[in-house]
Design a protein around this ligand. Structure first.
Ligand code: SAM
Length: 232
């Protein structure tokens, strides 16, 4: 179970109304039962049910069962697309071990005003619970791509997935340090964005193969390619 609360030896963990309903109403857990908790930062803990009510409940951490497994320091920058497909990107990025998810608004991004960051965070939590990860990557608010590039941390490399490089080999420079991946929207990148990105010393244009992939497929392909080349 994912909880938005610190975990540690003897730590009390209050449950939300929804969590209490699920655990004690639906799953019928009783006081004394033990369940597994993660919060995305403190590893995995066994916790005992101390109070089981229909609308509230209290757990207490007993023992850490797994330490935090921090993934490589890889950010995924992606332009939001349609709702279900954006959810897919978030889900797969969590499964693949991205360390931070950064929605970016590009020139041809559509649906930016309908983007629900709270929903994306909920998808990230579900994916972390489902894949048994102990780390939960933060999901940033939506930022404009040009602003993100202007504030770029000097030591981070950027894998710029450019759909115009179809016939180029798929190579990633073996540069050390933290990385980020950039995936464009369904409409691709504008000429101006491409020109800006091509001039940035930290941005490395990369092909994902000879066919144009949908943005959600491209995100999974890029994460796989980066993991294969530079992940540990
Ligand atoms: N509408 C664009 C076009 O027809 O050229 C395609 C955009 S594609 C659906 C969405 C994003 O996925 C691109 O901006 C790029 O980041 C990534 N992408 C898709 N196929 C790619 C490829 N073969 N190589 C590199 N990036 C790719």
């Amino acid at each position: 179970l994912y909880v938005d609360h610190a975990l540690g030896e003897g730590q009390s963990v209050p449950l939300s109304r929804e969590q209490a309903h699920y655990l004690f109403g639906v799953m019928r857990l009783a006081e004394g039962a033990v369940l597994s908790l993660i919060n995305g930062t403190d590893g995995e803990w066994d916790a005992a049910v101390i109070k089981a009510g229909k609308k509230a409940g209290l757990l207490q951490c007993v023992v850490q069962t797994r330490p935090l497994q921090q993934p490589p320091d890889l950010w995924l920058l992606f332009a939001p697309i349609r709702k279900e497909r954006t959810a897919f990107i978030v889900e797969k990025a969590v499964e693949m071990g991205a360390a931070r998810l950064c929605p970016v608004q590009t020139a041809y991004t559509q649906n930016a005003d309908r983007l629900r960051i709270d929903k994306l965070r909920a998808h990230a939590v579900e994916a972390a619970e489902q894949c048994g990860g102990t780390f939960l990557p933060p999901v940033d608010g939506l930022h404009k791509l040009d602003q993100v590039l202007a504030d770029w941390p000097h030591d981070r490399q950027l894998m710029f997935c450019d759909e115009m490089l179809l016939d180029k080999p798929q190579t990633l420079p073996a540069l050390p340090g933290p990385w980020a991946i950039l995936i464009g929207p369904e409409g691709g990148f504008s000429d101006a964005e491409r020109a800006t990105l091509q001039d940035l010393p930290f941005a490395h244009p990369v092909s994902l193969g000879p066919r144009i992939l949908r943005a959600d497929t491209a995100a999974v392909a890029a994460l796989t390619m980066w993991q294969q080349a530079l992940g540990d």
